[in-house]
Design a protein around this ligand. Structure first.
Ligand code: SAH
Ligand code: DHB
Ligand code: MG
Length: 220
């Protein structure tokens, strides 16, 4: 099967399952209209995030990398009325678009968008005594090792850690010498594999975003 067919089959799944509702579609389109790159998770991956929050009964969720808030909406939908999502975003303009999208999706009351480099805002979460049941890592890949370490520090037994973009159309398999993102993803997987408190699976996927994948781990 070829890449266009992966996308077409995703579209069939989206259609048959009614996966992307108006609020998610509007969030995606608002990001594109604002000139942001179309790198949000696919509709099916967003639904999987919603389902993971549900099965983990996660009430406190942390996201690193907001963009237009597409994945944030998916996470926020499953935390429940008393639950919260804190999402970290470097670009103020992205955070602004995300806040409007979260408002339109009716979840802004349960989401806090924190603007700044995540390595600067994560210590403030620790200082506040925040703890998270599920962490979704989807920002600058160069810092993925540090982000997983932060997820462990801010988690506890049973915390679920999900990391996007572990295949990148195969670039992780045989990185170009200057592909620091691909090397960082390999370093992160090696770190996760060696970590005594993490149990991790690395899953390749195809679909509207081509060949990519995610790591999912549970903290002991
Ligand atoms: N999770 C989003 C997509 C995130 S794209 C979704 O699926 O809908 C990656 C985002 O991470 C971009 O908005 C980018 O500005 C942000 N980012 C990049 N470096 C960052 C950093 N150091 N700290 C926080 N956010 C960062
Ligand atoms: C890129 C980043 C992502 O988080 C993603 O899901 C796809 C692509 C990128 O930086 O190219
Ligand atoms: Mg991503």
């Amino acid at each position: 099967m070829t890449a266009p067919e992966w996308a077409s089959l995703d579209e069939l799944f989206n259609h048959l399952l009614h996966t992307e509702d108006d609020a998610l579609r509007a969030a995606r389109e608002a990001g594109a209209a604002a000139g942001m790159p179309p790198i949000e998770v696919s509709a099916q991956h967003a639904k999987l995030l919603t389902l993971w929050v549900t099965v983990a009964k996660a009430r406190r969720v942390l996201e690193i990398g907001t963009l237009a808030g597409y994945s944030t909406i998916a996470l926020a939908r499953a935390v429940g009325g008393e639950g919260t999502v804190i999402t970290l975003e470097y670009e103020p303009a992205h955070a602004g678009v995300a806040r409007r999208n979260l408002e339109r999706a009716g979840v802004s009351d349960r989401v806090e968008v924190l603007v700044g480099a995540a390595l600067d805002t994560l210590p403030t979460l620790q200082a506040r005594g925040e703890r998270f049941d599920l962490v979704f890592i989807d920002a600058d890949k160069e810092n993925n090792v540090a982000y997983v370490e932060w997820a462990i520090a801010l988690g506890g037994p049973g915390t679920v850690i999900v990391v996007d973009n572990i295949a990148r159309n195969g670039r992780v398999l045989d990185p170009q010498p200057n592909d620091l993102q691909a090397y960082a993803i390999r370093d992160m997987l090696a770190m996760m594999g060696a970590h005594p408190r993490l149990e991790t699976a690395a899953i390749q996927t195809v679909g509207t975003k081509g060949w990519d994948g995610f790591a999912v781990a549970v903290l002991r």
